[in-house]
Each structure stands twice: as structure tokens, then as C-alpha cells.
Design a protein around this ligand. Sequence first.
Ligand code: 2IP
Ligand code: CA
Ligand code: CA
Length: 383
Amino acid sequence: MSDLLLALVRVSEKAANIARACRQEETLFSQLIQKKQDVERNNAIVADFKTLADVLVQEVIKHDIGKKFSDLKDHIYGEETNEFKNELGEKIQVRMFEDVEDTARLLSKVLGGNMRVAEVLAVAAHQDVPITDLQTDPIDIPLQGLGLWVDPIDSTYQYIKGISDALPVGGLYSHGLQCVTVLIGVYDLQTGLPVMGVMNQPFVTLDPMTNRWTGQYFWGISSGSINLSSVTPALGKQKVAAPSRESGLSAVLSTSDSEHVRTLLQQGCEGRVSFAAGAGYKCLCVILGLSDVYVFSQDATYRWDCCAPHAILLSLGGGIANLRECLKSKHTGTMKEWVELVYNTPVEGVSGPEKWANKGGLVAYRSKSDLETVLSLLSTINL
Ligand code: 2IP
Ligand code: CA
Ligand code: CA
């Protein structure tokens, strides 16, 4: 297995431990949450909060991967900044030290002096997680010229709400902690195309006896002629049967998409439309075959939401296309290749997170014919 992939899986498991540890400390949790600065606020999101888990997870990923792979160190990008403001209004730069005690001391400042919780989080941030279930055939992926996009916690809103008793319909959760994912994507700095991705779902099963959650992770590599993933196309790891194609296309959508798009897809899919929280989770539903496509016609997803699932989808023969660009080329008849999202080019003329917004919307798909069906169904929309 690729050393980088192994390291990404390992750090994603660490991230999941931190996410679980933060939630476990329910009483402190509300104290940790703060609204993002206006300039950082992503539009079209009901409530966008920054949590310590977000900031800490991103720093841990930067630290662990940067330390082991010096070629990547300066090319690890993410949604968060490492600044956290505590209740006293003090700004603290969250970072990892070499010693767990030093990290705990810094975190206790963020936590208003609560050393006990600071230690719990610092231990989770420093503790190596053994990975035993990755196949061991060596794969050589050259590390030069690669960059990383990290979304330390996707579906922050569900993470903060913390609903643990949501029930799935057809294997798919519309809301709840199951919609939370840690997303680590690797892309080629030159071509902008995804190469490798790890998605970790920290909250999958709640043990009612211990009240503790366990999670799962998925990975994929798409580099040159190498296409490998942890996911069996039709079934996925969850052993949930893929929807039968005899019944036509199914789509998972965001409740925040326009009514027009939702109606067109409801009609085109003859009702086989689901709604789910989390851009990462909706991509995961496509990866696992719980839905054929994830369509979003708005601008409110970002490169860090898509890079990791995109790599996995590519490894399965699918992808994530820019909806507006595809529709444009379809109209002008110039489409030779489907227009995939790329991860190295910022949106011009804007600043802050909007630079990395997926302007024009997206379609995540496993099969090109499903993408074509979506484009036909939406051919009348104006983006
Ligand atoms: C969000 C998160 C939201 C999603 C939004 C993302 O990222 O995934 O759930 O909206 O597009 O940017 P929706 O659930 O309507 O698809 P984050 O939680 O990291 O801010
Ligand atoms: Ca996100
Ligand atoms: Ca996030």
C-alpha cells in the first residue's frame, strides 16, 4: 500500500477520535462553539460554526502529514485557520507540539484552564492509531507535485446538533451524526486532478451500553493506470444493496438547492430523490451506491468538500463534474470530455473562502451515463 495512503488513513482515524472525544464532553461543547467571523462565513448555510475539533483536527493532519512527507508540508490546505478565540476573547493559535504535555497546556488556554479535557484532546491528537485492515501490496505514488485539501469536519451543523437517533431510509441518513465526515483529498498541483482520497465517518454505530460511537473509513487512489479503492462499486463496505437500475436514476440532493432544480429532478427520477446533510456525506452515498448521483446547482460547496470523494469516485470510474460547465458545453456542442472539478485554480476576483467555492454547482456520479441523464434533465436551467 502507498505510504501516503496509510498515513492519511491513520491521521483520519486520529481525527475521528478527536471528533468523538469533543462530543463526549457534552457540557464543554457548547462553550467551545463560536460563530465564524463574518468575512469567513460561508453563505447559504443555516448556521456555520467553528469548533475546536475543526481547528485541532486540521492542525493534527497538517502536523502529522507535513512531518512525515516534507514534499507535501507546504501544500496542505484546509477550510480552517488555526486561530481560536476563547471565552475571554483571547486569540490563540492552535498547534501541535512534539510533547503531549505542551499541546495539552496550549489547549487548556483555549478551554479556559480546563486541564482535564485539554489532556483528553491532547492524548487523542498525539496517540497513534494502529491500522490493520489495509491491503499491503506496495504501490508507488510519487509525492512531488502533490497538494492536499482537508475538511477537518464536514457537516459541522449536524456535528453540533449531535442527533444520535436518526433512522436511515434505504440505508441513507437525511440528518444526524452519521452525516459527519473527515475529508482528506490529495491532488496533482499541476493538473488539479484528484489522486487519492480518504473519507472518515466518525459516527456510524452507537453502542447503547457504553454510549460510545464507532466509525468507518473509505479510501481510493486514481493515479495513472492505478485505480484502487476500499469500496466495492455496487455494495460498498456497509453491505447495503445498491438501488436496482431497473428502476431508473436516483439522486441525493441538498435541501438548500433551488426549488426548480429539486422539482426537475423529482420528476426526472420519478420520485427517487433523497435529501441528506453534508456535502461529503452525499458524495459518500454515491460512492456506496446508496444513490446514483449527488446534484447541487448552488455555489456553496468548496474544494475541500469534494477532493477526497472525487478521488474515490474516479477510482470507481465516476467523478465530480462542474454542472454549469457541462451544461454550457452541452449547449454549444463542444463537449469532448466531461468537465471535472479541478483543485488548483481559485475563482478569480473574490477573496476568502469563496476563492475555493465550486462555482456553478456539481454532479457527483459513478457512471458517465448517469451524468448525461442529469444534464438532459437539467438542460433548461440557467446557471
Ligand atoms: C458544508 C456542509 C453542509 C453543506 C455545505 C458544505 O460544509 O457539508 O452540510 O450543505 O455545502 O459547505 P448541505 O448540507 O446543504 O449540502 P461544513 O459543514 O464543513 O461547513
Ligand atoms: Ca465542508
Ligand atoms: Ca468543515
